[in-house]
Design a protein around this ligand. Structure first.
Ligand code: ZN
Length: 165
């Protein structure tokens, strides 16, 4: 009998998932494609989900409910930003619900969704679309294996579902 490896730091974990919100609407799913693979222990997936997978083995199925604090964070009203028209540098063809890149003073870029356009100002929401959302994951564990030295030095998974190089 083969020893089953448990999910723990420095294992490569592959799993299928379906993500739903509290109303049962499907937000994202890996079903029908490759399973998602990640290097465990480095917060490469949502923290609440990574915690729930610890100690599990191949074949496990889980329902995991993740609060915003361990998901994409709470919604922050300070990330709803109003830009005066005269500071708006994008063409008039850019409209509501489109995603634009904001530049912070430190030069970081932050994607933000246009939520309203008024004659004198434009309102943007730079919250993650899943900020404030309680995440419901259905997970099936497909594979758990030790990470290779190369994967550990690169900090990511190689092969199917990971980096190809
Ligand atoms: Zn690599």
């Amino acid at each position: 009998m083969k020893n089953l490896l448990l999910v723990s730091k420095d294992t490569v974990v592959s799993f299928h998932y379906t993500l739903k919100n509290g109303d049962g609407e499907v937000l994202d799913s890996s079903q029908g494609g490759d399973p998602l693979s990640y290097l465990h222990g480095y917060e490469q997936i949502v923290l609440g989900l990574e915690k729930a997978l610890v100690g599990k083995t191949v074949g496990a199925t889980l329902n995991v409910v993740v609060a915003p604090e361990e998901g994409y964070g709470p919604r922050r009203e300070d990330l709803v930003i109003t830009v005066p028209r005269e500071q708006w540098t994008l063409p008039d063809t850019v409209g509501i619900d489109e995603i634009v890149e904001l530049q912070s003073d430190e030069g970081q870029s932050l994607p933000a969704r246009i939520v309203d356009m008024q004659p004198d100002c434009i309102m943007l929401d730079a919250n993650h679309p899943l900020a404030g959302v309680v995440l419901h994951f259905d997970v099936e564990l497909i594979d758990v294996r030790p990470a290779t030295d190369e994967e550990l030095s690169h900090g990511h998974v190689h092969g199917p579902g990971g980096h190809e190089h």
